[in-house]
Design a protein around this ligand. Sequence first.
Ligand code: SAM
Length: 282
Amino acid sequence: MQLSDSTSIRRLLESGGFTFKKSLGQNFLIDPTVCPAMAEAACDEQTGVIEIGPGAGVLTAELAKRAKRVVSIELDERLRPVLKKTLSGFDNIHLIFADVMKTDLKKVIAEEFADCKKITVCANLPYYITSPIIMMLLEERLPIESITVMVQKEAAERLCAEVGSRAAGAVTVAVRYYAKGEILFSVPSGSFMPPPKVDSAVIKLNICDTPPVSVKDEKRFFSLVKAAFAQRRKTLCNTVSNTLKVEKSVLQNALSEMGLEATVRGEALTIEQLAELSDRLW
Ligand code: SAM
């Protein structure tokens, strides 16, 4: 079956009575140039790839053409007969019908990719759950080299922003702690069926061997980061003292010792400064 032809995919979905579920973030790619470019960026013949949400299998097929093996995890059982048809020509794809958030990916990697030189993740992510999936992939400290994913353009800009810039948020710092991100290319909403309301972008997060900062207590560091960005209009002192119940004077002293104004906002701090502040507070 010609997977780069959107008419055949549309016909196949329609013939099985498939209807798109917005609640599952089902916007399928119909632009024939996007999936090959994503797959090129994500893998080579030595790679084991985890794909999240194969949909009709368009990206899955491009990954399978280039990778050693692809494990593809799909929540929607209704796509089983569709994927059986679209991926019938490949013998290096294992489909798992499950919620990726409830899947033991360490086990999947150990069982499926023992003979692969590297492991990556590639997906056109369901938008309702983009950040939780990315954070789960990073926090699990899976033995993966990179994550190449399609996300909404605004999310791409935030995830890949420079920490200390206005575009940064708590998720930017969290991502930067584990990886270095780059935006590879933009994808207009017309490249999807049905088209989402906003444009998208493909980003690549290259996982770092060690975090760019070392902190005494990771949990406390991340709770400080979350608090620092919780109320963007407030000063860091106000939002952190309210959220984490730290005395304002303690915060002001710590900031002053670091050469920072008491009125500084969370978004102005670099990851090194956030790490130092966390270590000074606890
Ligand atoms: N890869 C296909 C493409 O590019 O055309 C489909 C991408 S669509 C944006 C997201 C896919 O993720 C859908 O197939 C949806 O059913 C699936 N999905 C949604 N939530 C999921 C979850 N928690 N675990 C696994 N798959 C999920």
